[in-house]
Design a protein around this ligand. Structure first.
Ligand code: ACO
Length: 431
């Protein structure tokens, strides 16, 4: 492999170093390009730009590989749980027994939200979209816990363990609170029980009846959250890094990430998949109409849950969730006509030249909604569930930014294509 790359510009030839990642990924270090030549690299949407070096997650979209801190997602899904994987992603190693106990305790001790924060919930209309509520309430954490959110990396990192545990645990509690509030149900207080069990209790316990935990449900919830825990430099994670690079505290950076997640092309896709499957079901269609519409090329007609900005192969998370759907429904003794529709749709798409030629395969969202539905989580909450799951990845990425002594503010450039210089025209003389 060469050590550098040559660029010939305006009669000059300049060398740029090659950087190689630990899995052999190659990059040309163009940091000096503008200073050397006056040119910038144009890469709309950053699809070809390495914005950072990161030691958290390795993703090979061509071969459908996803590893956190070196561990394959398939092994983590099979043998780990959400909290352990969150620890791995944030701290770089699987926890030993003492560390596992300690992180579990910290999460339980910091599960409750400030009672004053409940007033924020009350300010929202009952029908407020959950992601809108979540962004606001998470962003308010910087105001409720200002001693942990000083916008000074050194001080914020000194309290990092606590702040990170608070963020993960409270985001989970807030999501359940949003559900209770929107349905006019009394809030539940967290208990001294494991993370996923606590979520189910916060969501579904009633004053007259405690939620009865079912091991299969807890396991499925762990799986869903674990599979969302990190995914390299996706839109929301890059947003967290960008906001964090300005020196912003963890809570504020997370709120920005949640905003980015809300879009239908990112975290909003899981509920869009369910709406699509439901429409097919209601219309008694076999999916043919949706596939034909998706092939028209119009963005509004895409087959939701298909395609990925990075995977040009089967998303390994989709394979795991697709399989888990059968297992979970079976264990719970449930059937779901939407699962049958999803499978038929997948089969048709995977045998269709349009999807094959464009390397469009199911992504993580294609089946995740079916499992969440089986667990009793309503569609309106799906994207907020994604936010709970993704919180360790966002936190780990914020930590990398905050701990980098050579870090600088993220500030991309642009190619300006607006009007060239012109003189101000008085209002009376404008046409
Ligand atoms: N259905 C139909 N056609 C599609 C789909 C789809 N889901 N996705 C991409 N295409 C087509 C495009 O129309 C384009 O066709 P063309 O080459 O004839 O113009 C081609 O495939 C390439 O599409 P791009 O837009 O370049 O793909 P990109 O990598 O930019 O987009 C994205 C990726 C946004 C995920 C896209 O596939 C999509 O919109 N999928 C549906 C939404 C979805 O499921 N999002 C969840 C992503 S996973 C996550 O965020 C957790």
């Amino acid at each position: 492999m060469p050590n550098d790359a040559q660029i010939k510009l305006d009669g000059k030839e300049i060398s740029y170093p090659i950087i190689t990642g630990s899995e052999g990924e190659k990059a040309i270090d163009l940091r000096k390009l503008r200073a050397d030549t006056g040119y910038i690299a144009y890469d709309q949407g950053y699809g070809n730009t390495g914005s950072c070096e990161s030691a958290i997650t390795y993703l090979d979209g061509d071969n459908g590989i996803l590893r956190h801190r070196g561990y394959p997602i398939e092994q983590l899904a099979e043998q780990s749980d959400f909290v352990e994987t969150a620890y791995l992603i944030i701290y770089g190693e699987l926890p030993n027994q003492k560390q596992r106990l300690s992180i579990g305790r910290l999460l339980r001790q910091n599960a409750a939200i400030d009672t004053q924060m409940l007033r924020i919930f009350e300010g929202f209309p009952r029908e407020a979209p959950p992601m809108g509520m979540l962004t606001s309430i998470v962003s308010s954490m910087a105001a409720y816990y200002p001693h942990l959110a000083t916008n000074n990396f050194e001080k914020d990192l000194a309290n990092f363990d606590l702040t990170a545990a608070m963020a993960i645990s409270k985001i989970r509690t807030i999501v359940a609170g949003i559900y209770r509030y929107r349905h006019g149900l009394p809030f539940n207080y967290p208990k001294d029980i494991p993370f996923c069990d606590n979520f189910l209790h916060l969501m579904f316990s009633e004053p007259y009846q405690e939620y009865a935990l079912i091991p299969e449900v807890t396991r499925a919830l762990n799986l869903i959250l674990l599979l969302h825990a990190d995914h390299e430099q996706n839109c929301s994670t890059s947003t967290v890094r960008m906001v964090g690079s300005s020196g912003a505290n963890l809570f504020t950076s997370l709120a920005a990430g949640i905003c980015a997640l809300s879009g239908p092309l990112h975290g909003g896709a899981n509920s869009a998949v369910m709406q699509m499957l439901q429409s097919i079901h209601d219309e008694g269609d076999d999916g043919t109409r949706f596939i034909a519409a998706a092939k028209s090329g119009a963005k509004g007609n895409r087959l939701m849950g298909f395609g990925h900005a990075v995977y040009r192969n089967y998303d390994p998370r989709a394979r795991i969730i697709g399989h888990a759907c059968d297992v979970v429904l079976n264990k719970l003794g449930k059937t779901d006509p939407l699962l049958d529709i999803a499978k038929r749709l997948e089969h048709s798409a995977l045998n269709d030249e349009y999807f094959l030629a464009r390397k469009l395969y199911p992504n993580v969202d294609f089946y995740s909604g079916i499992i969440m539905r089986a667990l009793g989580i309503p569609t309106e909450l799906f994207t907020t569930m994604f936010a709970i799951g993704r919180s360790p990845g966002w936190i780990a990425n914020w930590k990398e930014v905050a701990s980098n002594p050579k870090g600088r503010i993220y500030r991309p450039r642009q190619v300006y294509v607006g009007p060239v210089k012109r003189d101000y025209v008085l209002i009376g003389k404008r046409t």
